[in-house]
Design a protein. Sequence first.
Length: 185
Amino acid sequence: MERVQDNKQSSLMFEQLFKQHYRTLCFHAMSLVNDLDTSKDIAHDVFLSLWYHRATIDFTRPILPYLFSLTRNRALNYLEHKKIQNNHVRQHLADDPTYTLSDDSTREELLERILARIELLPERCSQVMKLSFIECKKYKEIAEELNISVNTVKTHITTGLKTLRDEFPASLLLLLFSHPHRHFD
């Protein structure tokens, strides 16, 4: 009975901390990553971490500096990961000059082949891929539109990309999907 009471007290305290500091942490993350959805994800991750480690945290000390530190570290990790990803994409493109899209007819032909393959994916996976890569919607927007979770969106994207990578060179997909003037009509 005492443990249930402790759990209930933990839940109430956690809810109060969340209501009190969530927006502040979103703003703090936003000042570092400059992307609202990512900032919200970071703030959620911070509170999730706080919940999982609640038994080891000293709540008699001020919690906000700790939350700011967690937020800052998560934001910096995100930025570092993004930097590595961007460098990886640039390196792939630089290392593989055979895949250039200077010829519009070649580019359109490749896009048609990729789109045809996306159509052959399971229905929901195909929908998610089109919303993400053709309509350039964010995961959260896709989740809301299809009434599924963001994690389900991520799973469909992973599945779809794995299928495409099995049939097309990864560097070609990177070039097509990261091309600044891409258009899918």
